[in-house]
Design a binder for this molecule. Structure first.
Ligand SMILES: Nc1ncnc2c1ncn2[C@@H]1O[C@H](COP(=O)(O)OP(=O)(O)OP(=O)(O)O)[C@@H](O)[C@H]1O
Ligand SMILES: [Mg+2]
Length: 418
């Protein structure tokens, strides 16, 4: 055995392969060039494989690439040996190289056949693309569902905020109404008695001036309680069938005097509106209140618009007062209808204007709200039903309370609708 191995390396009596080719240059060079090219290509392949496997560590069955790299390197070596044995009869060495190549080839072939079913079970690029598309569609579906959920949550938050605001207004309205009612009665007593004292005093009495001051103060206090009663919907109303457009058209002349020359007044009245059953004087007072607010919001001048429109379904009418003034920040808008809420300097605003408007609209079966206008500025919308629902009990008490405002009771506060 050892002797055979030793003899494997003996080169005596052996001829180089070139002799078989009779040293014909065209044969020799064709072999040399082709074997060199094959060997170079074979040696470059493992480099490419090694680079791929070391950079893509996540690739499945990475070790088979290494096995293939060994196999192909061995193949390259056999081609180099073929060139070498053209000149040197090292056939023993060539046989060794072939043994190594055979081992690497068989190992790689076994590995490949062993891996074939597993490799086939790997998802193909097309399958992966489809799976990706399906996943993307599901993500999109989930995103849409999430957006819908967020929208529903936002809607719920808005509704809850409206409900909280309505409950707050209801509570403030009840408290205000109760206090204003009692104060109104007490002020009536004060005023009646001051009147009696005035009539009993002589025209030159020194007490007449302080008495009149006292009467003026009491009258102002009574005016505040009336505004509070209006907010609490306990102001006696005298609803009659009213043509809102005609009323606004004739009232516009008076408004022009109140808002000053710097402000342009324009009307945009929808034709053929049905008449409303409302108190026309209180209606004008509400519009005046809104116009004065608009004037205050446009110190540099601007446009004040009175607009009417039919409500969807022909169930009612909207009356809008818009200005091109400063507009309301969100925190002001949220509290604007509350009694005594004002941003005006002390002595310039009582904060009762909008709460009066709010109470009047509600007492008339409608609502008042600040709505987004066509441009910058503020738009306050009053909505009135064509036929206001008057509960029997409220109607009776309203009639009875006409002589005493404090006794009038209104229906529960509805939410201001935008
Ligand atoms: N058209 C408007 N533009 C901008 N802000 C307004 C407008 N109308 C009302 N406001 C805001 O709402 C607040 C409350 O208005 P409201 O009419 O109730 O009270 P006021 O005008 O301050 O006082 P009062 O009307 O009792 O004299 C105002 O102080 C102001 O900040
Ligand atoms: Mg005001």
């Amino acid at each position: 055995m050892l002797d055979s191995l030793r003899r494997l390396w003996e080169v005596e009596n052996l001829s180089p392969h070139g002799i078989c080719l009779l040293w014909r240059p065209e044969l020799i060079w064709t072999h040399i060039i082709s074997d060199t090219l094959i060997a170079l290509a074979y040696f470059s392949i493992p480099v490419a494989l090694a680079t791929f496997v070391s950079r893509r560590r996540d690739v499945a069955f990475g070790w088979v690439f290494w096995s293939f790299a060994v196999f192909i390197t061995a193949c390259g070596a056999t081609h180099l040996m073929a060139i070498w044995t053209l000149y040197v009869p090292d056939y023993g060495l060539e046989a060794m190289v072939k043994i190594v190549t055979a081992a690497a080839s068989i190992g790689t072939a076994f590995a490949l056949w062993y891996l074939l079913p597993r490799a086939l079970s790997l998802p193909s690029p097309t399958q992966l693309r489809r799976a990706n598309e399906a996943l993307r569609a599901r993500i999109e579906e989930r995103d849409q569902a999430l957006a819908a959920l967020k929208e529903a949550q936002a809607e719920r938050d808005r509704t809850e905020a409206l409900l909280r605001q309505a409950q707050k207004m209801e509570a403030v309205g009840q408290l205000t109404g109760g206090v204003a009612h009692d104060f109104n009665n007490l002020l009536n007593v004060v005023l009646i008695n001051l009147d009696r004292v005035e009539r009993g005093l002589s025209a030159d009495s020194r007490l007449l001036a302080p008495l009149r001051d006292a009467m003026q103060g009491a009258e102002r206090a009574a005016s505040v309680t009336h505004k509070l009663l209006a907010f609490a919907r306990k102001h006696p109303l005298s609803p009659v069938s009213t043509d809102v457009n005609a009323r606004l058209a004739s009232f516009a002349g008076l408004l022009r005097g109140s808002i000053g020359a710097k402000i342009r007044l324009q009307t945009d009245l929808a034709p053929d509106l049905p008449p409303l059953v409302i108190d026309p004087n209180q209606f004008e007072s509400a519009v005046l209140n809104l116009a004065v607010n608009a004037r205050d919001a446009m110190p540099e001048g601007g446009t004040l618009t009175l607009r009417t429109c039919p409500l969807p379904g022909g169930e009612g009418i909207c009356v809008e007062v818009s200005d091109t003034g400063t507009g309301m920040p969100a925190e002001v808008e949220a509290r604007a209808f509350e009694p005594f809420f004002t941003t005006k300097p002390l002595g310039q605003g009582t904060g009762l204007g909008l709460s009066q408007v709010f109470g009047f609209a509600q007492q008339s079966g409608g609502s008042a709200a600040i709505v987004p206008g066509p441009g910058p500025g503020t738009t306050v919308r009053l909505s009135f039903p064509v036929r206001p629902p008057v509960p029997a009990r409220a109607e009776a008490t309203a009639r009875a309370g006409a002589s005493n405002p404090g006794l009038t009771a209104g229906p529960g506060f509805a939410m201001a609708a935008g």
